[in-house]
Design a protein around this ligand. Sequence first.
Ligand code: GAP
Length: 531
Amino acid sequence: MEKIVALCKRRGFVFQSSEIYGGINGFWDYGPAGAELKRNIKDAWWNDVVRSRTDVVGLDASIIMHPKVWEASGHVTGFRDPMVECMKCKGRWRADQVWDEIAGSKWFESLSRQAMPKPESGSVSYDAQHLLKWAVHDGKHLAPELALVRDPQLTLSWLSEREQKQAGKSLSLPEFLSCLATSQASQTGLQTPCPVCGAALTEPRQFNLMFETHTGALRDESSKTYLRPETAQGIFANFLNVLSVSRQKVPFGIAQIGKAFRNEINPRNFTFRSREFEQMELEFFIKPGTDAEWHQRWVEERLKWYESIGLPKEKLSQYVYKKEELAHYASACVDVMFEFPFGVQELEGIAARGNFDLSQHQKFSGKSMEYFDDESKEKYIPHVVEPSAGVDRIALALLCSAYDEETTTDEKGQTETRVVMRFAPRIAPVKVAVFPLLRNKPVLVEKAKEVFKLLQRHFTTEWDDRGNIGKRYRYQDEQGTPWCVTIDFDTLGEKGPELKDTVTLRDRDTMKQERVKIADLVPLISQKLRG
Ligand code: GAP
C-alpha cells in the first residue's frame, strides 16, 4: 500500500488535504490525474446507469437540506457509532474496530514479538520475566500508559493471582491485554488498552456522524442544519417533483452523484474511509412485491459494471447479508466487495429498502407519497432498490488493481523496473500523450502541436516535451496513459516521402511501437478505446 500511496502523490492522483498546514485527518485532494480518474468513474456510472437507460433520470440536489429530512430518515437519532476514547491521550476509536487497532499497534507488535509466544487456538501463554523485561525497556517508549508499564510488579502479581484463581482456564488475547491495561481490577473491572499509549479506554459512547452547521446569522438550535451524510435523501425528498416532471412510470429510478460528509471516528486506509467523499446513488422505485426480482437484477448489473471499468473479476465478491443483519425495513442487501491490499472491503451496497424512506417522508412532511399505478389501478407507496456506491473507494480500488511493477531488459541487456498503472483505457486519466522528439527543433514542435490539437478534440490528451523520450514514457506509464504519440524527423519526411505524416504510436502495456498515419490516429485510437 505504501508504494501506491507514494505513487498517488508523485503522479498527482491524491494529495493530503491542506498538506502545507500539516494535513487534516480524513480529507483528501485529487490532483490533475486523480481529478480525471474520478471524473471518468462518474462519467462511466452516469452513462451506464442514467443515459443509456430509458427508466432512470438524474438529479442534483443541494448538500444542505431541511433538518426535518434527517429526522425523517432516522439519521438524527440513529446515525451513530459507539465510540471509545483514551482517558489519557484522548484518541478516539470505533468500539467495533478498537481490537483491530490494538492488533496493528506498535506496542502490541513489540510485546507479542518479545514476551508472548504466538497465541495457540485463541489462548495466550506468556512468560512473566519476559513481560517484565519488555515493560521496563521497550514498553516504556511504546506504551507508557499501559498499567503493566506504569507498575509492572503490581500488574504481574494480580495477573498471576487471577491465573491461580482460574486454574486451568486459558486466557484469550483480548482478556490478556485487558489484564495488562488494568491496575485495580476489583475497582474498575478489566479495561481495554489504548492502541496508541496503552492507557485505559472509556466505555463506548454514542457519537453522531453528521457534521452540523448553521444557516443564517443566528447560531442556535433553530438554525442548525447538517452536511448530508448520504445523497439518497435528496432523491427521496424530490420523489414527487421528479415523478411529476419526468413522464416516468414505476418501475423507474432517480440517480444522483454528489458529495457526502461523515465525521468518521477513525478515517483509515488512505482514502477508503474519509470524512468527505462522493457517492453515486440510485433509488430504483418498484411495485411492492417485485423487490426480490429487482434486487437480483441490480446486483447482477452492478457486478458487471465493476468489470466493465477494469476491476478484475477475481478481486470482486459479494457479501450477502443474513436476515438478522438487515435493517428492520429491508428485505435484502448485498455488498459488492473488493480485495484491497488491506483486506476485502465494501465498494457498494445494494439494498432492498421496502418503502421505509418514502413512508417516513410522508409522515414527517405530511405530503402523500402514494403512486397511482395506471395499469393495475392500484395506489401504493413504491418500494425501492438502492445501489449505493462510493466514488473514492472505486478510485482507490482502481489504483490498487492497476498498480504493477515490471522488470524490463533493453537491447544492451540492462534491466530496469518500470511502474505501470494498467488502467482500462476507458478509465485512464489521460488517453494519449503527444511528444515532439526534440523540444528545441521548432519544425518538430510545430508539427507535434498540430497532432496534439487534432487529438485533443477527441480524447483527453497531454503534451509533454520535457526530458528524453524514455523518461516521458516512464512518466506516462506511471500515470496509466494507454498510448503515446511521438513526432520525429520521419514525420517531416526527412527519410523519404513514404513516412511523411506518420508518427509512432506506443502501447503502454506491450511497449510496442507502430508507425501510423496522422490521418488514421483518431479512428485507430477510438477503436482501441472501444476495446
Ligand atoms: N444510502 C445508503 C448509504 O449511504 P452506505 O453503505 O453508508 O450506504 C454507501 O454508503 C457507499 O458510500 C459505501 O459502499 C462506500 O462506497 C461509500 N462510503 C460510505 N462511507 C464512506 C466513507 N467514510 N469514506 C468513503 N466512502 C464511503
